[in-house]
Design a protein around this ligand. Structure first.
Ligand SMILES: Cc1cc2nc3c(=O)[nH]c(=O)nc-3n(C[C@H](O)[C@H](O)[C@H](O)COP(=O)(O)OP(=O)(O)OC[C@H]3O[C@@H](n4cnc5c(N)ncnc54)[C@H](O)[C@@H]3O)c2cc1C
Length: 381
């Protein structure tokens, strides 16, 4: 298939893509199997990525970031996800950085963002609890003021980068009687933090190199200077305002996964023979792939527009929800069809399509489930 060039690419991004691609090939791909077995990346990978300038590319340079825009983030996602590398929680790292950038005080931005950009601090965001996921109003992890500190008690579950995180944006309830207005975001520096405990690295269907963990908080003392933005009760609004960005990261991962899977499948069906000819010569194979390419191209054009809109600050929540819903649902379908074209080999973990299939499933669940995306869209009818 003739390669499709996104209109948002330019010469600088081409240069950036080449160095990212080389980094992914040499520093990530060879270690993926080890990472999947140990259920987390090595910390030094983060430091290396930071040293190369691949982290926080869209954070202003005055805070140590790349001073560029979301297209650079997208390139790093694409180069990983089209190769089936789903272990690095770059999405939650970037999203945490954006919470700090968009809602933090000047002091907070200078304190944390340079370390996130260098990879010295790996970011995570903890909203979900055992008792509540989609419904954030159900959050019960409590932060009670005690002098100039908050005392935090509670637990979180399914937290990406949970094992590695050094900086945790934690959603807490500061007022038990104020519903969504009683939520606040605390930024925790986890190293040596008394009362903070990482629980199990959860065994998952896919995305096995990603450390998804339980987190526990027992009388954890957090200084009031670590309340994001310095004002209590802003947590829900802060979370909601960055949703289009978060959903776009998942959309980019989805489109890159589909393109990577298709490319690999075409290669496979050209090599594999049955009934005296290559699989690609079967009309069903050709038509199936043609259909998938057409659908993925349409999705790519939609996603490219969303990427441009993130850059210009125009992407609204409804469109972002449409893209997250549409791309992740399509991703599931595309990888499933590609697996079918691989026959039994597609079911074997050593084949890229198998891992892509397992990795894709959760995209319809995290960062807001497909049903929640439909709810957001439907509310706008
Ligand atoms: C691999 C992985 C990584 C994750 N990473 C993070 C992370 O880094 N940080 C974090 O905070 N969380 C994380 N999560 C949690 C994730 O965001 C939640 O699982 C997700 O929001 C759904 O919440 P839930 O699991 O509690 O499901 P529930 O909210 O219990 O939903 C169960 C089902 O009910 C449906 N449902 C719920 N409400 C409605 C409604 N109003 N209308 C229609 N249907 C509805 C849902 O769509 C779903 O199908 C992660 C999850 C996974 C699996």
């Amino acid at each position: 298939m003739t390669p499709y060039q996104s209109q948002w690419m330019d010469e600088n991004l081409e240069v950036f893509r080449r160095s990212v691609s080389q980094f992914v090939e040499t520093e990530m791909l060879p270690y993926d199997e080890k990472w999947r077995e140990q259920q987390h990346l090595d910390k030094d990978l983060w430091r290396k990525a930071g040293a190369q300038g691949f982290l926080c590319t869209d954070i202003p340079d005055q805070y140590g970031g790349g001073g560029a825009d979301f297209r650079y983030e997208a390139v790093f996602y694409e180069e990983q996800w089209r190769r089936g590398l789903s272990g690095m929680g770059q999405g939650v790292h970037s999203i945490s950085a954006h919470y700090i950038l968009n809602h933090g005080t000047e002091e907070q931005k200078h304190r944390w963002l340079p370390k996130m950009a260098s990879g010295e601090m790996i970011g995570a965001i903890a909203m979900t609890e055992p008792g509540t996921g989609s419904d954030l109003q159900g959050i019960v992890t409590r932060a009670v003021k005690d002098g100039d500190h908050y005392v935090v008690n509670g637990s979180k579950i399914f937290i990406t980068n949970g094992y590695l995180c050094e900086l945790l944006v934690l959603v807490v309830r500061t007022d038990p009687n104020a519903g969504s207005k009683g939520l606040s975001l605390l930024v925790l520096e986890t190293e040596g933090l008394e009362g903070f405990r990482v629980g199990r690295k959860l065994k998952k269907l896919g995305q096995k190199a990603q450390d998804t963990c339980e987190l526990f908080f027992e009388d954890v003392r957090v200084h009031e200077s670590q309340l994001l933005g310095g004002v209590e009760g802003q947590g829900f609004i802060q979370l909601m305002s960055d949703l289009p960005y978060e959903r776009s990261t998942v959309g980019v991962q989805a489109i890159a996964s589909m393109e990577g899977t298709l490319e690999e499948t075409v290669r496979y069906v050209k090599e594999r023979h049955a009934f005296g000819k290559a699989l690609i010569e079967q009309q069903n194979t050709r038509f199936k792939l043609a259909e998938l390419y057409a659908q993925v191209r349409a999705a790519r054009i939609f996603m490219d527009r969303c990427i441009e809109d993130v850059v210009s600050g125009r992407l609204d929540n409804v469109t972002a929800s449409m893209s997250k819903w549409w791309l992740t649902e399509l991703q599931q379908k595309v990888v499933d069809e590609c697996l079918q074209l691989h026959g039994g080999y597609g079911y074997m973990d050593e084949y890229l399509v198998c891992r892509m299939y397992a990795d894709a499933r959760v995209a319809r669940i995290y960062a807001g489930t497909s049903e929640i995306m439909l709810e957001v869209i439907a509310r706008d009818l």
